[in-house]
Design a protein. Sequence first.
Length: 420
Amino acid sequence: MKHSPRGSALVLLSLIAIAALATALPAAADVGPTYAIRNCRIVPVAGPAVEKGVIVVRDGLIEAVGPVDKVKVPPDAEIVEAEGLVAYPGLISAFTNLFIEQPARAEGPPSAMDEAYPSAAPQGQEDRYPPGPAQLVLDQIKPKKATVESFHRAGFTTVLVAPARGIFEGQSVLLNLNGEPIGPMVVRNGVALHINFTTERGGYPSSLMGTIAHIRQSFIDADYYAARQAQYAKAPAGLKRPAYDARLEALVPFVRDRRPVVFQCNNQEDLKRALKIAAEFKLNAFLAGANEAWRVADVLKKSGAPLLVALDFRAPATSKYATQGEDLRKRAEAEIYPANAAELAKAGIGFALVSGANADGAAALKNVRAAIKAGLAKDARVRRIELRTIDGEAAAEHPAADALRAVGFTDGYRGLTLRA
């Protein structure tokens, strides 16, 4: 069977021809339908573009890709004639706050922690999802069709959803944007632990110094807890069995097994704080947000820590650009902060662009264009957003590929976007 694209409008196959069809399989079937997308121009992450190529998709995964004269189309495949269209890898946002049901951001005058979400629920309301290292963000997300479709239109096929409240905010989930039911979307749950340099309202810690002490003490306690548990397991005779602590138990894999820890860095000082804590406890740390990374480029380059740079150009409340008048803030957010990515690239610092707090795909791509206008090389824009080639393997030369592979971004759905 053959199909032809209708009109010159955007044709997006990241779900329509791949994932959505895979999720519609009857329960008894193990293998889904097969498609051959033929005669499109294919732009891989690594290597030259294929001017006339074929992409074979079976059961929601890319089975073969290459020139039309070298890739055999399976006899059971439905053929999609895609002449005049360009295929490139599905984009991945390695840090978002999509679909989260959470209390509103606290009201009141800005403070040093103005960028962070409060830890507590609004007064008088029960906090259904209290933050903490064991909290899974999957339990509090509800996909919305309009949001999913907006990311499809922008070419995004995979997102990491991170929690957004508290100091130890909880653990993120990796999703394929292949529909509204949450089950089929989950690639991996409990991907990373997320930490924010915020404060508790009406409780400890109520100061930044207290927050840093709380984070450090938590890791110290988790390490000691793990040591006592190991000692008792090895030789219990004469020892009292250590009491179980759910909070410390949740922290142990991040301290002992070096599972990924993502620090939300709302300003340049947060970046330095995160690096110090990561070095002290030998954490497998990622730095997210990082919209002031250019201001500490020398420190970041020396550390080699992977950066998840959010497409968010707000000046932090602690920045001089936010404290010296509205005109300076607006000018900085229009000219200085969009140049963050370009300055990092010039300094030779590896990073991946992420949609962050952007609520839809169009907003994320709009800010990508702003970053390009501010100096980010055009030929780097796609490579710094997506982390997999068109056949699902990570680009070896991508500056953040090795680090992000550790978080799980080479598993699961192999997305594809097709555009006019």
